[in-house]
Design a binder for this molecule. Structure first.
Ligand code: KG4
Ligand code: ZN
Length: 358
C-alpha cells in the first residue's frame, strides 16, 4: 500500500491560533483528521478590535498546545507527517511570525519539507476540503481584510477582476455592529440582530453600484449609518438599521456578482461555471441565499465552504499545502512573513483616494 500524504497546517495570521492535519484521499477530497481553532475573542473584546501585540502573545502561549492537540486528535504519530504548511501572509506581522517560526522549527527538527501558504489561497481552496472542484472558477473572497472577485485558474494562478476600493466587507459588518453597540466581533451578531428588524425602514447608499465594473466600496455605508444612529431612539430602530444594512449588502453583492459573472466569462468559457464564495462573511445566511439566487439565474453553480471552514482555520492552509506538495512547490527555511501578500501580484493596489472608476 502506498503511503498517503499527510499535511500539518498551521495558521496564526490574525486572532485565531489554529492547527490541522489532513490526509490525501484517492477520491480527490482529502480527509480532515483534526482541525483545532482557538479564538481570542475574549482577549480583544474590551478593545473593540484585534490588538496585534496581545494577539501575538496569545499565539506564543498557545501554539505548541494547539499543534500538539491537532496531532493527538488525528490519531497519527509525528512520523506519519509528510510536510508542514504554515501561513506566510497576509496578516499581522507579529502574529504571522509566531506560526511561521514554529512551523519552520518543526520542519527543521523533523527533517520534513516546509511549505509557506498564502492565507487568501487557503480561503480560495477551502471548498476543496469537502467537494471536488475544478479550475477555473470564479471566487468571491469576503473576509475581515479582503473583498475581491478573482478568476482562479490554477494553484497560484489568480486574476483579480474586482476589489474593494476602501473597506473590506467583514470590516463594514464589524464597524456597523460597533456603531449599533454590538460587541466585537460584530459580523455574526449583526446578522442575528437583523432578523428582528424591518429591512425597508432605512434607505442606505450603494456606492459605485453602476460604475467601476465589479469593484466594491463600503465606506459610504458606514458614514450613512453613523448619521442615522445619532437620530434613532428605540431598540427596534437599531434592529431595523441592522436589517436595512444586511439587505443593502445583499443587493450590492447581487448586482456586482452579475458583473463579475460577465467579466469571468470573457476570460473563461465553459458550459456551466463554478462560483465559490469564501472567507468569514461567506457564513452569512442572507448573503448565501442571495448569491445562490444570482448564480441560479446566470447558470453558475454556487459553492460555499462548510460553515466551520468559512472563518480562519488551519485545514484550509493544509489544503493548499497538499496541492503545493503534489506540485513539489516547497520553500526554504529562510522564508519570512509577508503581511501584504496578495493573490494576483500584477493587480494594482486600489485602496485609497484618487481612484478613477469609469
Ligand atoms: O475570514 P475571516 O475569519 O478572517 C479574515 O481573514 O479576515 O473573516 C472574519 C470576518 C469578520 O469581519 C467577521 O465579522 C466576519 O468575517 N463574519 C461575518 C459573519 N461571520 C463572520 N460577517 C457577516 N455575517 C456573518 N455571519
Ligand atoms: Zn481569513
Amino acid at each position: 500500500m502506498s503511503k498517503k500524504t499527510i499535511i500539518l497546517g498551521i495558521e496564526t495570521s490574525c486572532d485565531e491560533t489554529a492547527a490541522a492535519i489532513i490526509e490525501d484521499n484517492d477520491n480527490g477530497v482529502p480527509k480532515i483528521l483534526s482541525n483545532i481553532i482557538s479564538s481570542q475573542f475574549d482577549i480583544h473584546k474590551e478593545f473593540g478590535g484585534v490588538v496585534p501585540d496581545l494577539a501575538a502573545r496569545s499565539h506564543l502561549e498557545k501554539i505548541d498546545l494547539i499543534v500538539k492537540s491537532a496531532i493527538e486528535q488525528s490519531g497519527l504519530g509525528l512520523e506519519k507527517i509528510s510536510a508542514i504548511a504554515t501561513t506566510v501572509g497576509p496578516g499581522l506581522i507579529v502574529c504571522l511570525t509566531v506560526g511561521l517560526n514554529f512551523g519552520k522549527a518543526m520542519a527543521s527538527s523533523l527533517n520534513l519539507p516546509f511549505i509557506g501558504v498564502n492565507h487568501l489561497e487557503g480561503h480560495a481552496l477551502s471548498p476543496k476540503l469537502h467537494s471536488k472542484l475544478k479550475y477555473p472558477y470564479l471566487l468571491l473572497l469576503i473576509s475581515g481584510g479582503h473583498s475581491q472577485y478573482l478568476s482562479v485558474n490554477g494553484l497560484g494562478k489568480y486574476i483579480r477582476l474586482g476589489t474593494t476600493i476602501d473597506d473590506a466587507l467583514g470590516e463594514a459588518f464589524d464597524k456597523t455592529a460597533k456603531l449599533l453597540g454590538i460587541e466585537f466581533p460584530g459580523g455574526p451578531k449583526l446578522e442575528k440582530f437583523a432578523e428582528n428588524g424591518n429591512p425597508n425602514k432605512f434607505e442606505l447608499p450603494k456606492p459605485i453600484i453602476n460604475k467601476g465594473g465589479c469593484n466594491l466600496s463600503f465606506a459610504g455605508l458606514k458614514t450613512a449609518i453613523l448619521r442615522i444612529t445619532k437620530t434613532i431612539k428605540t431598540e427596534q430602530e437599531k434592529f431595523d438599521l441592522a436589517a436595512s444594512f444586511q439587505k443593502t449588502i445583499e443587493e450590492i453583492l447581487y448586482i456586482k456578482t452579475k458583473v463579475a459573472f460577465e467579466e469571468f466569462k470573457k476570460i473563461n468559457s465553459k458550459n456551466k461555471n463554478s462560483f465559490v464564495v469564501a472567507g468569514g462573511v461567506a457564513a452569512n445566511k442572507g448573503i448565501r441565499d442571495k448569491l445562490i439566487k444570482v448564480s441560479n439565474e446566470n447558470n453558475f453553480e454556487p459553492i460555499f465552504p462548510d460553515l466551520n471552514l468559512c472563518g480562519d482555520n488551519a485545514a484550509m492552509i493544509a489544503m493548499v499545502g497538499l496541492e503545493k506538495f503534489k506540485a513539489k512547490q516547497f520553500d526554504s527555511l529562510d522564508l519570512v512573513a509577508n503581511p501584504r501578500l496578495s493573490l494576483d501580484k500584477s493587480a494594482k493596489f486600489l485602496k485609497g483616494a484618487g481612484v478613477e472608476l469609469s
